[in-house]
Design a protein around this ligand. Structure first.
Ligand SMILES: [Zn+2]
Length: 266
């Protein structure tokens, strides 16, 4: 396999890849925040980076040239700040960082940029960011998120799918993250009940996890330590490598397909 991480290449190597033609650049986006007592703080970064690496490798086999930008590893984790180690950028700073990263890549002639987001707390901001970036520059950046792009593989996952729970832990295991399953917990299984127990406002239409179809109302994130002692929201104890591998098997070819189509190579 060729080296596909931009930051691991020399500048003549980057130059040679540009000359040969790059179909897309993936921008892994994670964050630094607690992932329960069973996974490290870099879990979202690890997932986004690993998925990007595997997609670039598969692209190489299929004639789609994909590079991977450095991972954005500090983003929107304000609601994890009660747990040790979290690092937050303000939402406005994050918008600026995202834009300047995209501008830098575009400066070098990379026309097709795909953000690979591993952090649920970035969904709303990144959705705004890619639209705002198009409005401002006329350049489209696509946004890939594993829970969306592999949604059809998540049918057997139970519960709220919010944080460090069954699906995310399974994916982390499958990708080789350090996961200490004997420390995995189940917590805040019913987000609404947990929020109400903590004395905060809630509505019975409150959005409940990634797959809540509705009718629904979007409720802002909770300060997580108010509703979960362990940091898990959902059930991490149900995680299996098989579930994770099913997600990975669906995702990687689809990420390559996004790059291929973005480059007009259908
Ligand atoms: Zn996560």
């Amino acid at each position: 396999m060729a080296e596909n991480f931009i930051e691991r290449m020399t500048w003549p190597e980057v130059d040679a890849r540009i000359s040969a033609g790059v179909d897309a650049v993936l921008i892994p986006i994670g964050t630094t925040e607690q992932h329960g007592p069973h996974m490290p703080l870099d879990t979202d970064c690890f997932i986004a980076r690993s998925l990007s690496e595997r997609a670039a490798d598969l692209g190489e086999q299929e004639g789609v040239s994909i590079l991977v930008a450095p991972t954005l590893n500090m983003t929107l984790s304000w609601y994890h700040m009660q747990f040790p180690g979290a690092i937050r950028l303000s939402t406005t700073t994050f918008f600026q960082v995202f834009r300047e990263v995209c501008d830098s890549l575009a400066h070098h002639g990379f026309e097709n940029l795909v953000a690979v987001n591993g952090h649920g707390g970035n969904i709303a901001a990144l959705t705004v960011a890619v639209n705002h970036y198009f409005e401002q520059t006329g350049r489209r950046v696509f946004l890939v998120q594993w829970w969306d792009l592999a949604a059809d593989t998540l049918g057997e996952v139970e519960g709220p799918m919010i944080h460090a729970e069954e699906a995310e832990t399974s994916l982390a295991i499958a990708l080789g993250q350090r996961v200490e399953m004997e420390r995995a917990t189940r917590d805040a299984w019913d987000r609404g009940a947990a929020v109400k127990d903590a004395g905060f406002q809630w509505t019975s239409f409150g959005q409940y996890g990634m797959r809540h179809a509705g009718p629904k109302v979007v409720v802002p994130m909770d300060m997580l330590r108010d509703i979960t002692a362990s940091g898990v929201v959902g059930d991490a104890t149900r995680a299996t490598v098989e579930t994770g591998e099913r997600i990975v098997a669906a995702l990687i070819p689809r990420i390559v397909q996004v790059c291929r189509e973005m480059a007009g190579k259908e």
